[in-house]
Design a protein around this ligand. Structure first.
Ligand code: SAH
Ligand code: SF4
Ligand code: F3S
Length: 475
């Protein structure tokens, strides 16, 4: 059962309540520090998409302000799992890892464990955790994340497991502290939730209806980010192309992009995710004429078969998708295109998979994320009959994956020898004398360098093609 949402508060009341909770939390953490003999540590583990990653930065912001030391080790005094439920394997991973956390807590009974994110909004999950993972101290959902200071305080004050999950989203609350993972790039939520109800997808049920943030708030946030040294922003939403829809007098997505473009200090603009059915000609024009919008577009297709697309409720046909890709490529010949594809959707046959494979060959994606269909409870597709066996699905998946990889390799080739600008994101994980940079088109390049270069833009020659990335030389 999802819990009651409690009394509605005004925005000012909400902020005051969270600030008061943070103050009280600081006292609690100081007390905890005294008993431990050192600063309590907190680890936030993120599952799922960029939205969850951004939410985790908000959680870390609060934890830092409360006095925790943030670490990446689950031996920490407080561990939070920010969960995903888009496919069942995401859930299974959480249950598996929770078992380990439980064993750690047996050794260190003072350890606290909290769970939040999309999986907590799903029916049946809370019941299972109450029954089988009773050592969990706090559970909250996606709609009340902004009450995290208050929720944490309750966790310290109450002896029983605290469970607070709301069925629906309320007003958007701004101004919570945020601790960014990178100093030089940041995600920015422009909308929450989704109204599309693709028949396989659980996101609309766990993230609620689509709500756009006010453009003034978004632009202010990006200006502040730019002032603090961020040069790359990723505008985040489940369907950014419908930004502002239903909000009287609000900008549409392409107008919003034009405003972001004007902000000094921002050099790269990315966005995610674009639903093909809502991608306007105006957006193509803005992208093509922009200096800052990156020449990369993630455009999930899901299937190359019009019959399956209809069953998925994607609201476009194979032909319409290909026609859209044609318009994009005509306006931006060098655009890198990536996509998401599902294999094994109910009713899908080998012929449908062949159509998907031929679409991949026709579009020539720079990359694609391929998923085996996972039935999600409460979604319409979960009740539709499957045609292919698991084995047939796996075979189709493997064939598709090979096509995707061949295309990706072929596409990467075209950059060989080019000089491009890379944003240095970090040290190379395998070679301490190299740094890793990302090009505007999302391609990774590794080249000689040191930590002082992180966050800077470097011109590099793409010297050696390694299949999916390059070894480069700074010029
Ligand atoms: N809003 C985005 C994607 C959200 S989920 C969009 O519309 O594209 C990310 C990807 O997970 C989806 O694009 C889809 O390919 C995949 N996915 C979603 N539900 C799934 C399911 N039940 N089984 C397998 N893959 C799924
Ligand atoms: Fe899910 Fe479709 Fe919404 Fe994307 S657009 S989040 S796939 S329902
Ligand atoms: Fe997963 Fe929730 Fe994102 S279900 S994909 S974390 S919106």
């Amino acid at each position: 059962m999802l819990s009651e949402q409690g009394a509605e508060r005004s925005r000012e009341e909400e902020l005051a309540a969270q600030e008061a909770a943070l103050k009280a939390l600081r006292e609690k953490i100081l007390e905890w520090k005294d008993t431990l003999g050192c600063t309590p540590s907190a680890c936030v583990t993120t599952f799922g998409c960029q939205m969850n990653a951004r939410d985790s930065e908000k959680l870390c912001g609060v934890l830092k302000e409360a006095g925790f030391e943030i670490c990446e080790d689950e031996a920490a005094d407080l561990v939070i799992y920010n969960t995903c439920t888009v496919r069942d394997n995401a859930n299974q991973r959480v249950y598996g890892r929770l078992g380990h956390l439980g064993a750690m807590k047996k050794q260190h009974p003072g350890k606290r464990i909290a769970l939040c994110g999309c999986m907590m909004q799903e029916e049946g999950v809370i019941k299972r955790i109450r029954e089988s993972y009773r050592f969990v101290d706090l559970i909250f959902g996606t709609h009340n994340l902004y009450r995290f200071p208050e929720l944490l305080l309750r966790m310290f004050d109450e002896k029983e497991m605290v469970v607070d999950v709301w069925p629906e989203g309320r007003a958007i609350v701004e101004k919570l502290p945020v601790s960014r993972k990178y100093a030089f790039k940041s995600g920015v939520n422009i909308m929450f939730g989704c109204n599309n109800f693709c028949t396989y997808c659980i996101v609309p049920y766990v993230r609620g209806r689509e709500r756009s943030r006010a453009s003034a708030e978004i632009l202010k946030e990006i200006e502040e980010l730019a002032a603090s040294g961020v040069s790359e922003v990723m505008l985040l939403g489940q369907n950014v192309n419908s930004y502002g829809r239903g909000c009287e007098g609000e900008l549409c997505f392409s107008q919003l992009l034009k405003e972001v473009e004007k902000i000094d200090g921002i050099r790269r603009i990315r966005f995610m995710t674009s639903h093909p059915k809502d991608l306007s000609d105006e957006l193509i024009e803005v992208m093509a004429s922009s200096e800052k919008i990156c020449d990369h577009l993630h455009l999930p297709v899901q299937s190359g078969s019009s019959r399956i697309l209809k069953l998925m409720n994607r609201c476009y046909s194979r032909e319409q998708y290909l026609e859209l890709v044609g318009r994009l490529k005509a306006a931006m010949p060098d655009l890198s295109l990536t996509t998401d594809i599902i294999v094994g959707f109910p009713g899908e046959t080998e012929e449908d998979i062949e159509e998907t494979i031929s679409l991949v060959e026709e579009v020539k994606y720079d990359n694609a994320f391929t998923f085996i269909y996972s039935p999600r409870s409460g979604t319409p597709a979960a009740k539709m009959p499957r045609v292919m066996s698991e084995e047939e699905t796996q075979k189709g998946f493997d064939r598709l994956l090979k096509t995707v990889q061949d295309c990706a390799r072929e596409r990467v080739q075209r950059f060989e020898g080019r000089i491009s600008e890379a944003l240095v994101e970090g040290m190379n994980e395998h070679d301490a004398s190299m740094v890793t940079g990302r090009l505007a088109n999302n391609l990774l390049v590794h080249f000689k360098g040191d930590a002082s270069m992180i966050g800077s833009y470097r011109r590099v020659r793409l010297a050696e093609n390694k299949g999916f990335y390059y070894i480069g030389e700074e010029v």
